[in-house]
Design a protein around this ligand. Sequence first.
Ligand SMILES: Cc1cc2nc3c(=O)[nH]c(=O)nc-3n(C[C@H](O)[C@H](O)[C@H](O)COP(=O)(O)OP(=O)(O)OC[C@H]3O[C@@H](n4cnc5c(N)ncnc54)[C@H](O)[C@@H]3O)c2cc1C
Length: 321
Amino acid sequence: MLPNFAYIRARTKQEALNNLGSEGAHVHAGGTDILGCARAEVFEVEKIVSISRLEELRGITRSSDGSLRIGALTTISEIAQSPLVQESYPGLAQAAGDVASPQLRNQGTLGGNLCQRPRCWYFRGDFHCAKKGGDLCYAVEGENRYHAILGGDPCYIVHPSDTAPMLVALGAEIHISGAAGSRSMPLQDFFVLPDQDLSRENLLEPGEIVTEVLLPGASGIKSSYRKIRERGAWDFALVSVALAVRMNGSTIAEARLVLGGVAPVPWRAEAAERALIGKQPSPSVAADAAAAAVAGAQPLEQNAYKVLLAKGAILESLLAL
Ligand SMILES: Cc1cc2nc3c(=O)[nH]c(=O)nc-3n(C[C@H](O)[C@H](O)[C@H](O)COP(=O)(O)OP(=O)(O)OC[C@H]3O[C@@H](n4cnc5c(N)ncnc54)[C@H](O)[C@@H]3O)c2cc1C
């Protein structure tokens, strides 16, 4: 059952920010994640502030310099179906199209996709785990087949978003507004590992909202997103591979390879990128990069399969290039 909470439907960004300052206040965008969290009492909910009327946070627009602005309230379906995204950032259209089900993509927004809470069954369940202020990450000794193989210690959640790894690979910047003003940062720096701060997954401060994501121009960039899941649809990634590459003739001039489903943050595989840059794509270069990407993996008892899955998915992504 949902707990009792105050519900505010803000008419302006300022009204939303004014209402978000207090303890237990949360943003409601599409509501596909926050209401489940409230029902499961994952965190305290005193007030829900809907931002769905803020038209300024919607839409996809291209600037004259070739960059693309995607408002935080843009739905996942709108991103997947946007001709601008499909034409210049096909990996992002693919990632958005791979999120959940058509109904959830119609309702869920980009801001919510980036800020959704982890799906770990101990975190979402009735367990006072380390992330909720307890002493233990129950995944270490417990059921851990869906948990992290990279960057986990001391909490083995995986980041659930499909769009985040692809946006990081494309060099996106995130824009945030709060009572103290606005700020922006590379999306890669937005996400926080558990050993930096166990209680949260990103740098959003209480009372702040994500307003938009900016993508640099994609001239000459090839991008792809490959998601491996247990079921054919409506499932989170066991492993995903976001790849953005710029070729110079037959040589790889730039490469960004980001893994989803394997770490508490979208995991940038920089060793794999180094193994690609300056090389001509070939099966052996791809195999070296795939091996480098998972070289530091520390699987738990039930999730060593993710190491092989990640290697295979990276190999497939690179060979498709
Ligand atoms: C059955 C199911 C399957 C799913 N499968 C997938 C999947 O395969 N891949 C995937 O990536 N996701 C999946 N999701 C997760 C999620 O629901 C969607 O990704 C959706 O995009 C979330 O957007 P929303 O607008 O509904 O978020 P909300 O539920 O409104 O918000 C989610 C969180 O983000 C915060 N938030 C939302 N917008 C902002 C903002 N602008 N600024 C600051 N904070 C904000 C909220 O406070 C809340 O904590 C799934 C969800 C369900 C229920």
